[in-house]
Design a protein around this ligand. Structure first.
Ligand code: NI
Length: 175
């Protein structure tokens, strides 16, 4: 496994619609493992491939609250994740993202989803999720479609967010 550099917005790599994985082979598994290491290093709950500069439909997540509560369903490593069903009911949550630093835009999303994906062994899996996991899945799938949490903001708020991001990046470079 290798720790990879995070891509921080605004960056054109975060705005691309990523092409699907042909099959989950050794190189895709390697990418998944690098993404897991990078996600855990930065204490994120999820990470999408473009966030480390890989333009492909791969996402990873681990939303278990702590080490002890991790069960066999976590972490999740997914290629070509696809949502089959969205619940009509929604809720709004301030979403964090490793690519937008401490900015937390409020995003309204369906409460639960049914989805399918290829796992790390190239097996097709189906998953029903609600609550925080459902939000995380939708957020990560947005990433591989070139959509960031601040894209849900109004034009005015988004321009404020982008200014804040540029300022934060400048401060990081100076420190
Ligand atoms: Ni994100």
């Amino acid at each position: 496994m290798a720790l990879r550099d995070l891509v921080i917005a605004p960056d054109p790599r975060l705005k691309m619609v990523c092409p699907p994985v042909v099959r989950v082979d050794k190189s895709v598994r390697q990418l998944m493992e690098d993404m897991m290491e990078t996600m855990y290093h930065h204490m994120g709950a999820g990470l999408a491939a473009p966030q480390i500069g890989a333009i492909t439909r791969v996402v990873v997540m681990d939303v278990s609250p702590n080490e002890d509560e991790r069960d066999t369903s976590f972490p999740l490593m997914m290629a070509n994740p696809e949502i089959l069903f969205y619940s009509p009911d929604t809720d709004t949550y301030a979403e964090g993202c490793l690519s937008i630093l401490e900015v937390r835009p409020k995003v309204c999303r369906p409460k639960s989803v049914k989805m399918r994906y290829l796992d790390e062994n190239n097996q097709l899996q189906e998953l029903e999720a609600s609550g925080y996991l459902a939000k995380c899945i939708q957020h990560e799938i947005d990433h591989i479609n070139g959509i960031l949490a601040y894209d849900y903001q109004s034009d005015l708020k988004r321009s404020m967010t982008l200014r804040k991001l540029k300022k934060l990046q400048r401060l990081e470079l100076e420190s």
